[in-house]
Design a binder for this molecule. Structure first.
Ligand code: CAA
Length: 258
């Protein structure tokens, strides 16, 4: 499918989606959100790892598009927010691993998008923040809920109430970024990580992701039960046989996702 606001590229089992509106610092208007939904849906069916990034060297995504939001009524804002929530929920649900390659500003909806990925690789010029209070609104794509779950109450309050962005190194200290890398290497390093993830047993990767995410929602006993079920289920797969046989035969496993 041809897209106007994003670019999709593929290297073997790895898909890269680049938000491509550099003149607006890759801000997300509803057309871009719809294209992202379609591209993520397609990647879910055909990829083992997905990288999300922004075009240019200044921004990952500088938030929702303010010029589109400015004239919105509460009802149209509700629809817009719903679109953001559908996208972020889909990113969380898709079976392949997702990596945000944050190469500059990740603000507002852009920060929320990054926080919905399984891993975040930040360029050293990246800035993360929720500046919505400066616009008279609050985060609308999950920020008020994801920040406390990721960084705790006080960091969340500081970020959401002050609207002040934090640097890549502070994000790393807070456990929001997995790695901080030289800005120009952000996508290349995300690709390196994606290649490593794409080599893992796909069903195990999918269930590992589900199990970790469960910890944010379920009581401990329920999370542990769910982990145990996935653990023993995986012993019914060809990939478990292959993975363990390959270890014992001192060779690299070839996983088929079955
Ligand atoms: N929406 C629309 N356009 C945006 C934008 C956004 N979120 N962010 C930047 N742009 C546009 C600017 O209007 C400007 O366009 P023109 O050249 O046509 O004037 C262009 O991108 C370059 O931006 P600046 O000139 O402002 O660049 P800068 O280097 O001086 O500042 C910045 C960079 C600090 C990121 C600044 O652009 C900024 O503060 N942007 C807004 C960030 C923001 O508030 N994001 C949250 C949006 S609300 C939201 O996301 C709600 C939600 O949760 C869903």
């Amino acid at each position: 499918m041809a897209y106007e606001n994003i670019q999709v590229s593929r290297e073997g089992p790895i898909a890269t989606i680049t938000v491509n509106r550099p003149k607006a610092l890759n801000a997300l208007n509803s057309a871009t959100l719809r294209e992202l939904l379609q591209a993520v849906r397609e990647a879910a069916d055909s990829s083992r790892a997905l990288i999300l990034t922004g075009a240019g060297d200044k921004a990952f995504v500088a938030g929702a598009d303010i010029s589109e939001m400015a004239p919105m009524t509460p009802w149209s804002a509700r629809e817009f927010s719903e679109l953001g929530h559908v996208l972020t929920a889909m990113l969380e649900d898709i079976p392949c691993a997702t990596i945000a390659a944050v190469n500059g500003y990740a603000l507002g909806g852009g920060c929320e998008l990054a926080l919905m990925c399984d891993m975040i690789i930040a360029g050293d010029t990246a800035r993360f923040g929720q500046p919505e209070v400066n616009l008279g609104i609050i985060p609308g794509a999950g920020g008020t809920q994801r920040w406390p779950r990721t960084a705790g109450k006080y960091v969340a309050m500081e970020t959401v109430l002050t609207g002040a962005p934090i640097t890549a190194s502070r994000a790393h200290e807070l456990g929001i970024a997995n790695k901080v890398v030289p800005a120009e290497m952000t996508v290349a390093i995300a690709q390196r990580v994606a290649r490593q993830l794409a080599e893992k047993a796909p069903l195990a990767l999918r269930m590992a992701k589900e199990a970790v995410l469960k910890a944010f929602e379920a009581p401990l006993a329920e999370g542990l039960m769910s982990e145990r079920k996935s653990f023993y289920f995986l012993f019914s797969t060809d990939d478990q046989k292959e993975g363990m046989r390959a270890f014992l035969e001192k060779r690299k496993a070839v996983f088929k996702g079955r």
